[in-house]
Structure formats: structure tokens, C-alpha cells
Design a protein around this ligand. Sequence first.
Ligand code: AMP
Ligand code: GLY
Length: 424
Amino acid sequence: MKILVIGGGGREHAVIKALKKNKDVEKIYALPGNGGIAVDAECVQIGAKDKEKIVEFAVENKIDYAVVTPDDPLVLGVVDALNEKNIPCFGPNKSAAIIEGSKAFSKDLMKKYGIPTATYEIFDNQEKAIEYLKTQKFPIVVKADGLALGKGVIIAQNYDEAVDAVKSMMSDKVFGASGDNVVIEEFLVGPEVSVLAFTDGKVVKPMVSSMDHKRAKDNDEGLNTGGMGTIAPNPYYSQEIAKICEEKIFIPTIKAMNEEGRTFKGCLYFGLMITEDGPKVIEYNCRFGDPETQVVLPLLESDLLTVMQAVTEERLEEVEVKFSNKSACCVIMASNGYPSSYGKGYEINIPSEVEDSVYVAGATDLGGKLVTSGGRVLGVTAVEDNLKTAISSAYEKVQKITFENAYYRKDIGQRALKALTEDN
Ligand code: AMP
Ligand code: GLY
């Protein structure tokens, strides 16, 4: 089989490494991929949002199956365009991808179908939004409606900060048209859990839970980033919480999307907060999370391609989705200064003994040398019998990888470890 994977980050690298395990896979193309992915797939310089070129490439190269991983191409309808040419895909179509593409849509969906989430109001008018803020308690959360590279959420500590957030989105358009509408919602408190789930619109099979570390610095300080590390499973996701989530969130969401005529097929990401009143949805993503995928897929014991095809063919019920009982930890190595300004072009040295554990996010091949090209450069994952050893093993591997100005958090997994020890 010839497979096409759209995207070029650490998540795509993890997906590609998992797909390669299937014996029927002869060739994987990554569009655009990156210098590190090039070891595992043929990278083709077509952007993930370049719908026409993607379809043209897929048809010309007789692609048997396509996996569309990033949010932008999903929201733009790349799956629909490939399906029109009879190329089966993993990923939701455009009408279902709106669950991530519009926060206003997802909030209204949850309200309509009684799915637990923070209370909220949606505004298309700045004055009305500001009037509303005058009556609210703080902190409060201001969100741009559309996609904003994961940066469209501002937690405002007081009225002035909230007004600034609204103005920056609605007047200054810092997130472009994504800020035409804003969602203002209640600030929730509690540990966060990410759950990725396979669904074919009929059944939903959750993957092992995970925990992201979004802030740039240790102890969850510093700016929000695309994710500085992950662990799985997430100790806050007990069996009891999992049962509540299935009954009150996962199945109702799948049913709600069907009711709306927007059947979701692919990987649905539930960003959850475990509040005192039970689990609530913070956000939906219409795709695998990054860097959650880099800990979830290494724990998947079933064959990824088999599961993905079952999703596409709406027979997920028939296939087993099995995860190991082990734990995984992924540490992101970034270029110092990320997420603000950082240098690029530093040569990366990855010894062959750790290559299998590395998922490259931001690097290019410069005449045979791998050099950094992004803020988040790569992720290093270790899988061990328990979380403690997974963390130490991940950091041992990190020590073996070098590039100038490398920066990483030193405390990935520590909060989870503490939660585990407090439990016992
Ligand atoms: P996002 O960019 O949508 O992933 O959101 C970024 C982060 O903002 C989330 O991971 C949460 O930590 C936080 N967040 C979003 N909504 C809320 C909320 N209603 N209450 C508290 N924190 C929130
Ligand atoms: N890790 C969060 C995301 O993928 O959006």
C-alpha cells in the first residue's frame, strides 16, 4: 500500500512510525514532512493547506490511503477533496471538523446536547462583550472563535485584562478572522486530561489518557506553547472518571454530531478538566493532539493502520484497540527562547541508539545534516513499566541528543508522579 500523511510535525512523525509497522505498507509520503521525518518517509514539498496540489499528488501517485492529521487541512476540507477522487482517508470531513474549527459551534453543541462544559456567552460585537464583562467574576476566559495556532485562549485575571483580550481579538484582529466572534467563558479549576478517541460515528474507542505540559517553563510557568512534554496514562483519569466521561461526554458527543448531520470519523480529541463537579470539556480537537500522540501511539499494541481503516469503513466495532499497561513520557527539546524569538539552523546530533524514540518536529535536511528549523525541534519518548522509570529514561535519552541552544523542561511528569504517590 502507498500511504500519504499530511503534515510535518512530531505528531506526524509518530503516526508515520506507527504506520510503518504494518507489513502491507510499501511506501509513505509525507506532505510536507520535515528533515527528520525524511528518515521514515519520502517528504514532498507540498504544504498541508495546499488542497489542490495534495489531491493532484495523491491521484498521480495512486495513493491507497491518506491520513490527514493537522487541524487546518481538516477544517479546509482536504478529506472531502481526496474522497471526491475516491481516495479513502483517515480524518473528519469539513462539516465535522467544525467541532474544532469553531469554538462557538462546539460550545452551542455542548449546550444543546447537555454535555458538561464551562458556562459561556458568544459575541460578534465588541461593545456587547465589554458590557457583559462588567457583570462577571474573574478570572474569566476569552477565546477567539476560529483556529489561532493554539494561541486563541486568554485567561484574564481581571476586568481590564479581559477588555484588552476582547479588543485584541475583535478590533486589532491579532488572530485575523478567527476573532470575528469571541467566546467568553467561566474559568474552571482542576487537573487537565487529554483523551484521544477513535470513532467511526457509530462507536467510540478511547485511547490511553495523557497529560500535556503547555507552559514553557518548569512548574507550569512562562508562556503557553504548543506543548513541552506529555505523559501517559494520566493519573487523574481514574476508572470512575473514565466511565463518567464515556457516558456523559464521549458517546453524547458522537450522537450529537450525528444528529446535526455532521458524523465525525477519525480521531476526536477531548480536552477535559476534572472539576469538583465532575469532568467538563475544555475543548474538542478534530485530530490527534501534539505532543499527546508521541506518548499515546508508542503504547498502542494494535496495528494503527488496521484501526484507521476500520474507522474509515465504519467497522470500528469489529477491531480491537489495545494499549499496553506501561507508561510513556515525551520530553520536547526546543530552541532556547521558544515560544518568543529563537535561533534556527543549529546542527542536531541524534545517536542511532535513540533514533527510534525521537519524533522530529522542526528540522530540515541541509545537505545531509539535520539542522533546527522551528521552535519545538523534537520530542523524545520513553516507554517503561511505570511512570517514574519512563520519566528518567526519557531524560537519559534527552542527554544523548545535542544541538546548540537546546532547551527543555526538567519537570515533565512530576505533577503526575506526585498525584500517583499521593494516591497511595
Ligand atoms: P487551548 O489553546 O484551547 O488548548 O487552551 C489552552 C489552555 O487554556 C487549556 O489547556 C486550559 O489550560 C486553559 N483553558 C481553556 N479554557 C479554560 C477554562 N474555561 N477554564 C480554565 N482554563 C481554561
Ligand atoms: N496538545 C494540544 C493540542 O494538540 O492541541
